[in-house]
Design a protein around this ligand. Structure first.
Ligand code: KDG
Length: 330
């Protein structure tokens, strides 16, 4: 309740600010990560392009660190039309559109280039096209990235090392099932609660890309990290359909173009930051870099998940992604 009052107050401040600024439309955009993240920097880039190319007709107001709520709450606000923009991981989006679970299958993408190829191709588009029925419009796939495991108990080198570890996951049935299958004790939790849950030892560990582990100071409460790369998390830059439908076509084009430009910026920046922060984390944590054989053991341990969720996601969709990925050439 307190959170909600805070959010309303913040949106009111934004409303008055935009009235003073003279913009015709205001996009309030909220995310869970902090203001140092590649995601926030990419939103700043988006804001600059939109405000410039709309000649000030659109103002973009940015909120970070779950100031407007977590991924799920913000998506619901977009559906209701009380917030204009957010950029969630696809994992919690599966609460609204089942097919997005395809991205949660462990090790479905071999690397970032394959991920780009699928997300920017017919599969990625097909899934974005399902969003308007849910009151959401997907402007572009940005990148959260390959997720890495951290914990406060011991180094994890094999799936057996996960036994008994209480791991926070995003709110997603496949992530929960995958960690359960590997022997861990997973629990879903909103991102905004994660740091204190680790600090108070409510959970032993979590999984996120290197940039998040560094920039959210997770190393202060987590001693061990492993480059599992078990799931590639896309972000989707979402806009409320209620808001989108009110925008004239020329301004829709400005917003879409800015989202596409910011996507290119975001992916490059995110990859650069993830690589840099891995090196910095090596000075702060005990980081295990798995050999290809060690990684294959995690991949094998997760295979039952494909069977378990095959029907739910759609065997055809899984096959389509696997065949497209196999045919990918740089
Ligand atoms: O801003 C994005 C976050 O809200 C969230 O999606 C980050 O990967 C994430 C997580 O673990 O919740």
């Amino acid at each position: 309740m307190k959170m909600r009052t805070g959010c309303v107050a913040m949106l009111l401040v934004a409303l008055f600010a935009s009235a003073a600024f003279g913009a015709k439309f205001t996009i309030n955009a909220g995310i869970g990560l902090n203001d140092k993240s590649a995601q926030f920097q990419s939103l700043q880039y988006f804001k600059e392009v939109v405000e410039k190319n709309s000649d000030g007709k659109i103002e973009v107001v940015l909120f970070h660190s779950s100031q407007l709520g977590d991924d799920r709450t913000m998506m619901e606000a977009l559906k209701m039309g009380t917030q204009e923009m957010t950029c969630p991981s696809t994992a919690p989006m599966t609460a609204f559109i089942n097919a997005f679970k395809i991205y949660d299958l462990p090790f479905i993408f071999a690397n970032e280039e394959v991920a780009d190829y699928i997300l920017d191709g017919p599969v990625g588009k097909k899934l974005l096209d399902m969003l308007p029925d849910q009151g959401l419009v997907g402007l572009a796939y940005w990148e959260n990235g390959f997720r890495m495991l951290t914990n406060s108990s011991h180094p994890v080198v094999t799936p057996e090392d996960l036994k008994g570890l209480k791991i926070r996951t995003m709110e997603n049935p496949i992530h929960l099932a995958a960690f359960r299958t590997m022997g861990a004790n997973p629990t879903p939790m909103a991102f905004g609660e994660l740091f204190s849950a680790m600090q108070q030892k409510v959970v032993d560990g979590q999984e996120n890309p290197w940039g998040t582990i560094f920039l959210q100071n997770f190393f202060e409460v987590q001693k061990y990290a492993t480059d599992t790369g078990h799931v590639y998390s896309p972000f989707v830059l979402l806009i409320s359909k209620k808001f989108w439908d009110k925008l004239p076509d020329d301004l829709k084009a400005v917003v879409q173009d800015a989202a596409d430009q910011a996507k290119v910026h975001n992916r490059a920046l995110n990859r650069k930051m993830n690589a840099e922060y891995l090196e910095k984390l090596k000075e702060k944590m005990e980081v295990v870099i798995l050999t290809p054989e060690q990684k294959a053991a995690f991949q094998e341990a997760c295979l039952p998940i494909y069977e378990q969720f095959g029907k739910d996601i759609g065997e055809d969709l899984i096959k389509e992604v696997q065949e497209l990925s196999a045919g990918f050439k740089k």
